[in-house]
Write a protein that binds this ligand. Structure first.
Ligand code: C5P
Length: 216
């Protein structure tokens, strides 16, 4: 069984994907964390040279990404917190538009799905990574609500960014993700679209569970 969940930033994909994986004893793969790891390693190794494609590709080839429970490891170092900083969020779409980087990530994601029943969330899961997935969901929400959700998350970590700034960051990120040539964020025709605006996590979860149970 493969379940693909795509959608823009802050639509609630990862929270829902984790919950579903737990319910059905499936493995959850956070593909965004993989791209974040590469952006983090680039910052770490060559600073903000995000136009140096050759070096970025070299770094992506050499980076070993592992998931251990809720923790994310990059070259054996726990980077769970580091990959969630606003700086990494800002630059992840810079590395995610490079074809060679995407090819490397997609290959690893498909390999992962070979051995596990998976719930994967990202931008190109239904379209590129798992085109044969039994179920595809596209989660979306109003931009202001997505920005408010992200602000709540960041505030809990001591953020001092204003809502308007967070909203702009999300809009820019979505625009980059939707307009790139390789693996853009798209809603495939067969995806079940769920607008999560004004809905609680439990509401969205119940809606998705209904679809999964029908498909089983
Ligand atoms: O899902 P998350 O917000 O952690 O993703 C961070 C970034 O990683 C996205 O904005 C996008 O640029 C990139 N990404 C991607 N393809 C995926 C998952 C994430 O390009 N499948």
């Amino acid at each position: 069984m493969q379940i693909a969940i795509d959608g823009p930033a802050g639509a609630g994909k990862s929270t829902i994907a984790k919950k579903i994986a737990k319910t059905y004893d499936m493995t959850y793969l956070d593909t965004g964390a993989m791209y974040r790891c590469i952006a983090h390693c680039v910052l770490d190794q060559i600073g903000d040279q995000f136009d140096n494609e050759a070096e970025i590709i070299r770094i992506a080839q050499e980076t070993v990404i592992q998931f251990k429970g809720d923790l994310v490891f990059c070259n054996n170092k726990d980077v769970t917190k580091e990959i969630r900083t606003p700086l990494v969020s800002l630059h992840t779409s810079d590395i995610a538009k490079i074809k060679a980087v995407r090819d490397l990530m997609v290959r690893q994601q498909r390999d992962y799905a070979k051995d596990h029943a998976v719930v994967m969330d990202g931008r190109d899961i239904g379209s590129v990574v798992l085109p044969e997935a039994e179920l595809k969901f596209f989660l979306d929400a109003d931009i202001l609500e997505r920005a408010k959700r992200r602000k709540k998350e960041l505030d809990a970590k001591g953020n001092d960014k204003a809502l308007e700034e967070i909203k702009k960051d999300i809009e820019n990120r979505d625009m980059n993700d939707r307009n790139r040539t390789e693996g853009p964020l798209i809603q495939v025709a067969e995806a079940i679209v769920i607008d999560t605006t004004g809905k609680s996590i439990d509401d969205v979860y119940d809606e998705i569970i209904k679809h999964i149970n029908e498909a089983l």
